[in-house]
Design a protein around this ligand. Structure first.
Ligand code: SF4
Length: 348
């Protein structure tokens, strides 16, 4: 999700996103680097990540429910997202996977168990003091959810994910998804009586396109087989690379399996939502204190979380040398993802 946005014209409070709050909680200095000084690493992965392509593909799928060309349009989007695939083998791998995944999804969920209420819903909500119920005079919270659906017993927030496996530890981690739980609370405040979350998980097949044998590999295998044969000969044929069509057939077969897609329903307790409200309030109070005193602590235990160095490591290591900032970072507004925020009433 997204970041801090400039105070809105209609309301002079600063809009915070979960991402901004979480960044401040994990490392106040990182918050300052990204959200106040607006430093963004110059070297960024330009190519769209596989997860974001699938996310957009699913968004398109649900936005065009009644269009006859629905599947074709989504597949065209995937073709465009990996337009350099003929020259770039990595793009080709991702294109194959995305194409088969979406085809499989369309087949599996041709008839849905829910009705779509909202797709990519953006919202703004009030942050409140949990003791008095009063609104923060300084902040509001902004966010965007993948969708809201009506299913069985009520409204659910739907969250699309891609994963390599869905095992017990993956499912346990869903419980720790504070962002989604918090967003449920704010959507309830806006009049959507959300009862839970549906995690809509699309599994990533590990199948690989067959490369075939080089002439040398074939000769070696043939000689080995011939040596084992009494006649001293072998009728082995060279294994040729798997064609794109053959690979798509294998992937399609994989995506017809029940375990290729998973939907996990999670219900949210009132206690948990209340606890999150407390947390958000506390973080905003700590933020106000840091801002008032101009102290942005470095949380060095966070520098290598997620098994990789923080993108600001070089800058922090340099003691915030302005030359390092100029060389390695550019100035970029931290609000790329939330295009528009509103607090419209729900359609019921
Ligand atoms: S390198 Fe470490 S201290 Fe610096 S911003 Fe990142 S997490 Fe914080």
């Amino acid at each position: 999700m997204s970041q801090v946005i400039a105070p809105s014209a209609a309301n002079d409070k600063t809009l915070l996103t979960y991402s901004a709050l979480n960044t401040f909680r994990n490392c106040p200095r990182k918050y300052k680097n990204r959200y106040l000084d607006k430093l963004r690493p110059r070297e960024r992965a330009e190519a769209l990540s596989f997860g974001s392509v699938i996310h957009t593909a699913i968004e398109l799928w649900y936005r065009s429910q009644n269009a006859e060309s629905r599947l074709r349009d989504v597949l065209t989007y995937i073709d465009d997202a990996f337009e350099d695939r003929l020259a770039d083998s990595n793009q080709m791998v991702q294109w194959h996977l995305a194409t088969a995944m979406i085809r499989g999804y369309a087949e599996r969920y041709a008839i849905e168990e829910f009705e779509i209420v909202e797709v990519e819903k953006e919202f703004v909500g009030e942050i409140r003091n949990p003791d008095t119920g009063r609104q923060s005079q300084t902040f509001r919270i902004a966010g965007k959810v993948d969708g809201i659906v009506h299913c069985h017993d009520g409204l659910y927030l739907i969250e699309h994910k891609t994963a390599s496996t869905v095992d017990s530890s993956y499912l346990d981690k869903l419980w720790t998804d504070t962002q989604i739980a918090l967003y449920c609370h704010y959507l309830r405040e806006l009049g959507y009586p959300i009862v839970g979350v549906i995690y809509n998980v699309l599994l990533k097949s590990r199948l690989k396109q067959g490369k075939g044998e080089t002439q040398e590999e074939y000769e070696a295998r043939k000689a080995e087989l011939a040596a084992k044969n009494k006649s001293g000969k072998s009728t082995a044929k060279r294994q040729m690379p798997e064609t794109d069509d053959e690979f798509q057939v294998r992937l399609t077969e994989w995506y017809s399996r029940p375990e290729a897609f998973h939907r996990e329903f999670i219900y949210l307790s009132e206690d948990r939502l209340a606890m999150l409200q407390d947390e958000v309030w506390e973080i905003t109070q700590q933020y106000l204190d840091a801002r008032r005193r101009g102290k942005w602590l470095l949380n060095t235990s966070n520098c290598f979380s997620y098994q990789r160095p923080c993108e600001y490591l070089a800058y922090c290591q340099s003691g915030f040398n302005p030359n390092v900032a100029d060389n390695l970072y550019e100035i970029a507004l931290p609000n790329e993802e939330l295009s528009r925020v509103d607090s419209e009433a729900p359609p019921f």
